[in-house]
Design a protein around this ligand. Structure first.
Ligand SMILES: [Zn+2]
Length: 253
């Protein structure tokens, strides 16, 4: 006995199974992260051939079996071709998908994570923002969604909200000058402190409305990367590929 339902979400990964099928993982509005089979998705002319691929966002018709779902139809809303047809965007986008797959959970409300993923891929594909900035915003907001993020709004000791540009990775918090004394802190510029507050405090739909100077972007990237590596130590395969591609002087294609 299986029940029939509709799920709206994005394909995070797709793997070939058997001769003609695929197994896909989806981040959905209704059920969090789910996975299941798409029968015949690798047959020529199959109606699911284009839908059963990473970055595809749409409404999927599914049957819920005892252990897994079967996806039978899809109304695709966005293929994100601006991502899948540009190799640099594929590297960044794959990293976003892998992080969503790592943290996404079944039967939990993952609608904020889905929204963040969708808006970040849009920002990446728009070409209006540096890919590194989109990556930092995505990472920091993901930490916020996960509930493990630094306090950037007030001094951890006295609660002061002004002149608090001293950040301690160890203490997960900013401090005022007085209370930063004796602690291992990094001095944050005003624009970086403000950017961190904005990234965690703004509705996701409005996240991609700011830019930073290259210097501020580098400063923000360094601090977010150090924080993430210390507390969110998972190593992503796609991030290693991303670093290799950035280090290489050769063109990506
Ligand atoms: Zn203080």
């Amino acid at each position: 006995m299986s029940s029939h339902l509709y799920l709206t979400g994005m394909v995070l990964s797709a793997m070939p199974v058997g001769e003609y099928d695929k197994r896909i993982s989806l981040l959905t509005r209704e059920r969090g992260k789910v996975s299941g089979f798409v029968r015949g998705a690798r047959r020529a002319n199959n109606h699911m051939i284009a839908a059963a691929n990473p970055f595809v966002f749409g409404r999927f018709e599914a049957y819920e079996g005892r252990n897994s779902y079967t996806f039978s139809k899809a109304e695709v809303e966005n293929y994100f071709e601006s991502i899948s047809t540009d190799l640099s965007n594929v590297y960044y986008g794959s990293y976003f998908l892998e992080m969503a797959e790592y943290y996404g959970r079944e039967n939990l409300d993952e609608s904020e994570r889905l929204k963040l993923l969708y808006q970040s891929l849009r920002a990446l594909g728009s070409g209006k923002f540096s890919s590194e900035l989109v990556k930092i915003v995505y990472e920091l907001r993901t930490m916020f969604i996960n509930g493990e993020y630094p306090n950037v709004y007030s001094c951890k000791t006295c609660g002061k909200k002004q002149e608090i540009g001293y950040f301690s990775i160890k203490e997960h918090s900013v401090f005022c000058r007085e209370h930063a004394e004796g602690k291992d802190t990094v001095r944050l510029s005003d624009s970086v402190l403000y950017a961190m507050q904005f990234i965690m405090g703004t509705p996701i739909e409005k996240l991609y409305t700011f830019k930073l100077t290259p210097e501020a972007e580098k400063e923000l990237s360094d601090i977010v990367t150090r924080y993430r590596k210390k507390y969110h130590g998972h190593e992503y395969k796609s991030e290693a590929m991303l670093s290799d591609s950035l280090l290489s002087d050769k063109p990506l294609i």
